[in-house]
Design a protein around this ligand. Sequence first.
Ligand code: ATP
Length: 456
Amino acid sequence: MAKQATGVMDAIVSLCKRRGFIFQASEIYGGIGNTYDYGPLGVELLRRIKDAWWDDVVVERANVVGLDSAIIQNPTVWETSGHVGGFSDPMVDCKLCKARFRADKLDDARCPKKPSKKPTECQGELTEPRAFNLMFKTHIGAVEETASVAYLRPETAQGIFLNFKNVMEAGRLKPPFGIAQIGKSFRNEITPGNFVFRTREFEQAEMEFFVPPEEEQQWYDYWRKARYDWYLNLGLNPDKLRMREHETDELAHYSTATADIEYLYPFGWGELEGVACRTDFDLKRHSEASGTDLVYFDPQAKERYTPFVIEPAGGVNRMALTFLIDAYEEQQVGKDVRTVLHFSPQLAPITVGVFPLVKKDGMPEKAAEVEALLRKAHLASFYDEKGAIGRRYRRQDEIGTPYCVTIDGDTLSDGTVTLRHRDSMEQEKVALDELVQVIHERTAAWERPVPQAGPE
Ligand code: ATP
């Protein structure tokens, strides 16, 4: 039986721990709130998501380049950007249990006292909302004094604005062009995390696209569609993906338009990525505060202007959670239930499982050769000779491995192997010397399977 939505998150959290995707950070010391470590399969998933993003946003485009800016910048950066004064959530404290909750998300919050209730259900009185800054403070140098205060960046975007001129001049670029960055950001989040949906440290994949002011709308339309399509192409269920335009009263003060790409999580619709028109706000603010003119001079038109900015900003860990949830299925197969992750082959942490049918007759040796051949072709492989073949398939299904190759008697006599497909569970005979090519062809032709009907 397929699981009810409420159980899906628990099932995914448990699978992530059991199979080595995601662990609670500092687990042996009792953990630390909203913080996770990524195990061997988790890092592979994150890496593939980042590669897919970088390929799509940077490598395949002539007008987008990359950057890796520092996490700790001059603290004035965060005063200028408005984060020191304004990057805060309204918080309330429970006078009884001393816990702190986001005033605008009380419905999602749970009291830390057991049995866990919603704030106020425990009879505790809440304080008036207060602004609570989300930036992590640190100190530079040996002395902890006010003058040495610095911040861990709460977003990667500002590092891009600071380098706008450097990158434009070094690359002899002219708008429209983009600067992309993937890197860690830090926010002292208070609300419950829903696993890795909201954590205190997370990776962002952001791009600032600088355009002539009159081209703002055209590029906003372009990037909203491009980013939405990226998720669809990687297999997300179109019925659970939507684009939501912000209402005027929701917009940040510098933004003329913002849209969230939202996904229907087991806990409701949530933001997966935001695409915002940031106007010329950031470049102008940094120009004024730093005294460095962050403008573009168009030699043909002989005019100077501050470019407008379109920003697609996503979270890599939130993407990983979304791909995990979307790929997860408990499928009825005869009398059995098989757990399967229908990852796009592009994202699957392991591409091929390699199995000798039996542990004798030269099959393990041949299978080891096949594994080496696949690794040399950069196809992440996993060798397994333990247990019945059906169980070995199931173990790979559970971590989303799209292909399994079985080496049997035929392999030794006529050089063919059995290629088994995760989604359809179908098997085909493939000549060993065509195996790599066939895997590439099947990967290029992959389409998201329609999941078995079950309760939403
Ligand atoms: P939210 O409303 O969920 O707090 P946000 O609007 O503050 O998000 P942005 O500042 O636009 O988020 O950041 C861009 C992206 O970074 C988000 O769409 C999300 O995918 C990711 N992100 C933001 N905060 C977190 C977090 N605490 N943990 C994990 N990912 C995050």
